[in-house]
Design a protein around this ligand. Structure first.
Ligand code: NA7
Length: 546
């Protein structure tokens, strides 16, 4: 273990995570002359795109938009091969970013953070790694991602299983060959839906264990169109500006102005058809009330169900694949051949809503109705989203509150940036920010720029202590709830509301007000002298005379 008194262990800022957020933070903070250390559990950069290597892993936001905008040279020189990049290409992109901006030398790889404690007396954070090392800094930033703590079902008998089992977010680096094997996939969210067609091509037989049937829109991926690339690159600044000011961080679609109910059925059909043919997850944005009005939503839902049924040949299987909840209230999925996979002889859909998985044996998965012989099992069962990764780290103040105590009844945060009671600790795309409801790279850049500008502001004024105020946090939380409450999303059982994790407090976690409005609000808060935050020197914060 290295000495804690060693000067090399003392930094201005400690950052946890080297995905999109951590890399950009490092780049910005370094440019501001700050000493930064980044901790990364993986052995390379990439975050989500490092871990989620399962077959078919792909982004469902177009690559020309799902990429950094902070460097004109970078966005001009990088060439995406496909409209929607697959995981290997996004990982290569982030590796390129790390090399191009010489970021790796300040990242400590293979290092998982276990604990972070703030000392009010020293006005600094001490971070302990799982390996027992200790680091100190004035500030700490959690760039830990919203979807990184895997949720693996606790199935009796799993330890007796003799085949290999996987969670999609901890996929091995070497390719896994399912040729000739009987494979089970548990989970049919975005991940399962990407994975199933790919595994179906290899496996001798594939059992898809489905608890909830989901809505899917064809992704319509293909090689990046050279004309579109030229056009976007020719006016990239304007495209990025439009994305930043848009509701979901995507410039591609106009913001809808009409209700489903105010247009004639043929117009409505044509509008849905346009989105369907364009592909991807923008369909619910064909009209302005699909996520707010039950009747509008029912019409959109029926459209997608009808399209899906046109693909699936067996009507019984089609019934089982038909969603029963309002479209868009759980994450909309984008697929490449998902429903077609169920027309194959080697794919069986198993309804585990009707008859849940009860146990696993050495070579089998047992539901209440049948036993399925499998040689390998894949859990595409999602994540303890948005809060799980933060709560997995023991974060707190010496002789004061911990994050776990502050969030015992659900997450509380001001603008998704800070938690009242935890000074000098920032989050990137934390609870109460648009995060998972947006093109997350746009949201990450916005938060990183806000945080680094805030630190520069403090540095210029000789300030070294910042806290979110409890009443500002409460007011923001009320607003987040009020906006969510107007939509159909808040009523659904989804990972947006914590419903996928047994025992997790229920409540709508991200901010639905849109990235444009959120950015404007955060900018105004900063302009007004960081309204709702207390900025001071540590001496003032401790109540000593300044
Ligand atoms: P999701 O969207 O949370 O999907 C997980 C799937 O696994 C979903 O179908 C769940 O059914 C199912 N699930 C979860 N736990 C269980 C148990 N215990 N038993 C059976 N089935 C279960 O995760 P993804 O990885 O697909 O996607 C996450 C995000 O990553 C995605 O939205 C993109 O933003 C990228 P349920 O719906 O809970 O009934």
């Amino acid at each position: 273990m290295m000495s804690v008194e060693n000067n090399d262990q003392h930094y201005d800022v400690l950052v946890v995570g080297a995905g999109f957020a951590g890399l950009y933070l490092l780049h910005r903070l370094r440019a501001q002359g700050m000493r930064v250390k980044v901790f990364e559990a993986g052995d390379d950069v990439g975050g989500t795109w490092y871990w989620n290597r399962y077959p078919g892993a792909r982004c469902d936001v177009e690559s020309l938009e799902y990429s950094f905008s902070f460097s004109e040279e970078l966005q001009q020189e990088w060439k995406w091969s496909e409209r929607y990049a697959g995981q290997p290409e996004i990982l290569r992109y982030l590796q390129h970013v790390a090399d191009r901006f010489d970021l790796r030398r300040d990242v400590l790889f293979n290092t998982r953070v276990a604990r972070a404690r703030f000392s009010p007396a020293r006005n600094e954070w001490t971070v302990n790694t799982e390996a027992g090392e200790q680091y100190r800094a004035r500030y700490c930033v959690m760039a830990t991602g919203n979807l990184s703590k895997a949720s693996v079902p606790d199935i009796p008998g799993i330890e007796s299983f003799k085949g290999r089992w996987f969670h999609t977010s901890a996929w091995p680096k070497e390719p896994v060959d399912f040729t000739g094997l009987r494979v089970g996939v548990v989970g049919t969210g975005s991940t399962g839906i990407q994975l199933v067609p790919r595994v179906a091509e290899q496996a001798r037989h594939l059992y898809v264990f489905q608890r909830t049937a989901n809505y899917c829109i064809p992704l319509r991926n293909g090689p990046q169109d050279a004309g579109i690339e030229r056009d976007v690159k020719g006016r990239y600044a304007a495209v990025r500006k439009q994305a930043r000011e848009s509701p979901s961080g995507v410039a591609g679609f106009n913001v809808p102005t009409q209700s489903v109910l105010e247009v004639r059925p043929e117009e409505r059909e044509a509008a849905f058809e346009r989105r369907w043919n364009w592909g991807g997850i923008g369909l619910t944005r064909a009209f302005n009330d699909v996520l707010f009005n039950e009747e509008s939503n029912r019409i959109a839902s029926e459209y997608v169900k009808r399209k899906m049924r046109e693909v699936v040949k067996d009507p019984k299987v089609a019934d089982a694949l038909t969603p029963t909840y309002p479209i868009g209230t759980k994450r909309l999925c984008a697929d490449t051949g998902y429903f077609q996979a169920f027309n194959r002889d080697n794919v069986t859909l198993v309804d585990i809503r009707r008859s849940p998985i009860r146990a696993m044996g050495p070579h089998s998965v047992e539901t209440g109705e049948a036993t399925y012989e499998v040689d390998a099992l894949i859990f595409a069962t999602g994540f303890d989203a948005m809060t799980g990764t933060l709560l997995a780290i023991d974060i707190g103040v010496e002789n004061g509150p911990t994050l776990r105590s502050l969030w015992a009844d659900g997450p509380h945060a001001y603008l998704g940036l800070m938690v009242a009671g935890l000074p000098n600790l920032f989050m990137v795309t934390g609870p109460g920010s648009p995060s998972v409801l947006s093109n997350v790279v746009v949201s990450i850049e916005q938060h990183v720029e806000w945080i680094t500008n805030c630190l520069a502001h403090m540095q210029e004024r000789g300030l070294d202590h910042i806290e979110a105020l409890a009443d500002a946090q409460q007011t923001w939380g009320d607003h987040v709830n009020e906006v969510a409450g107007r939509s159909l999303l808040a009523k659904a059982s989804s990972w947006y509301t914590g419903a996928n994790i047994p025992g997790k407090p229920r409540g709508f976690i991200p901010y639905m007000g849109g990235v444009g409005a959120f950015r404007a609000h955060c900018d105004e808060v900063a302009r007004n002298g960081y309204q709702g935050f207390a900025l001071s020197t540590a001496r003032q914060a401790q109540g000593s005379p300044a």
